[in-house]
Design a protein around this ligand. Structure first.
Ligand SMILES: *Cc1c(COP(=O)(O)O)cnc(C)c1O
Length: 380
């Protein structure tokens, strides 16, 4: 039976990319590989909204997050992190692990941090060297106001480090224009690849910070990788050759579609999914600042979303994801990133209706599907 993948990572990989990755392996110290690496790194820049170098690691997205922390700060330095969900919390864990002094801005799940909260935290902790935030917090399906935060950090001697793992390739990122000093992403979300590549770009002032950082690091050494990837056109260690070939292909496809169209497609899928939830009388976890790559729908009282998700996956063949931590059993997260067409949302919402009814909710069957259809009919 055909299976459908609507998880907020990993996301579906197109056949063109799968075929590219099935090609015989090439050696990574060859002009052939260098050409692929150079092209892929160049093609990533518009997705990051930067003219700076994008560095690749064989690692999941978390590896690129680690690279940001370990290369930009030194032990004992102060940093502010926005904890509005699982991934924001992870910034705090890195800072602790590497001996920095973390200051947390705790944000209720589903709410975006207010720029004023960042400003207040900077006033309260004037020794702060960097602010860490998610552009899109996947666990709460919420977008944080990165451009606004950038206006605050860029005028100070404070770096802005952004986790763009469900943002790059989903909605427009203007790293240079917004004053973002480090932007991180991973392969398995919007970039239409299997897991295994972490990517990071740094601003000129972040590259200066790399030179000053005394944090111990070895594999995730950005200075060494910059030299290898920019000057020697290869990676310092054996790269994920097949994934990088696949990346080059997926980027070729995204640019052929046109990034504006790619972003508009994500907007339509997100709006259609939110419209469907409302039509079913269901609440969203993040009604005021919803993410374009993943929608979080709160189940009605008495319905365990763990069972809804399991029924959708095992009986209907449609994979979505539940909630984490305090939202475990209470949230259904539908990912709409990467290789999906807006019409695919008819499948996701239809399966959700069936599964909710199976779990005992009095569902008006077809109400969500009709809402998706109505949104699709409107077009871009
Ligand atoms: C998926 C995700 C991560 C973790 O990335 P891995 O590739 O699983 O290491 C971090 N941040 C956000 C926002 C994510 O969506």
């Amino acid at each position: 039976m055909k299976k459908y993948l609507f998880t907020p990572g990993p996301a579906a990989v197109p056949p063109e990319v799968l075929l590219e990755m099935a090609q015989p392996i090439i050696h990574h110290r060859t002009p052939q590989f260098s050409a692929v690496l150079d092209q892929a790194r160049e093609r990533l820049k518009p997705l990051f909204g930067t003219r700076q170098e994008v560095i690749l690691f064989a690692a999941s997205g978390t590896g690129a997050m680690e690279a940001a922390v370990a290369n930009l700060l030194s032990p004992g330095e102060h940093a502010i992190f926005v904890n509005g969900g699982k991934f924001g919390e992870r910034w705090g864990k890195f800072l602790k692990a590497f001996g920095m002094v973390p200051h947390e801005i705790k944000v209720e799940w589903g709410r975006a941090v207010r720029p004023g909260e960042v400003e207040d935290a900077l006033k309260a902790n004037p020794e702060t060297r960097a602010v860490f935030v998610q552009a899109s917090e996947t666990s709460t399906c919420t977008v944080h106001p990165v451009a606004e935060i950038g206006k605050i950090t860029r005028t100070r001697d404070v770096l802005l480090v952004v986790d763009g793992i469900t943002s790059v390739g989903v909605f427009e990122q203007k790293m240079d224009e917004w004053g973002v000093d480090a932007l991180v992403t991973g392969s398995q979300k919007a970039l239409m690849l299997p897991p295994g590549l972490g990517m990071i770009a740094l601003s000129p002032r972040a590259w200066d910070a790399v030179k000053k950082s005394t944090t111990p690091r070895f594999y995730f050494d950005l200075g060494r990788e910059l030299k290898a990837q920019r000057e020697e056109h290869t990676t310092a260690f054996t790269p994920a050759v097949s994934l990088i070939s696949g990346l080059n292909k997926s980027l070729e496809m995204l640019h052929a579609e046109g990034l504006e169209k790619v972003y508009a497609r994500h907007t339509i899928m997100a709006e259609a999914t939110r419209d469907a939830a409302r039509a079913l009388g269901l609440k969203l976890i993040s009604p005021d600042s919803p993410a374009p790559g993943v929608t979080g729908i709160i189940a009605p009282e008495g319905i365990d979303t763990g069972k809804v998700v399991k029924y959708m996956r095992d009986t209907l063949g449609v994979s979505v994801q539940g909630g984490q931590d305090q939202m475990k059993g209470r949230l259904v997260r539908i990912g709409h990133m990467g290789n999906l067409s807006p019409f695919d949302m008819l499948v996701a919402v239809s399966a959700l209706e069936i599964a909710l009814r199976n779990q005992g909710m009095d569902v008006k069957m077809g109400a969500g599907v009709a809402a998706v259809q109505a949104r699709l009919a409107k077009g871009a």
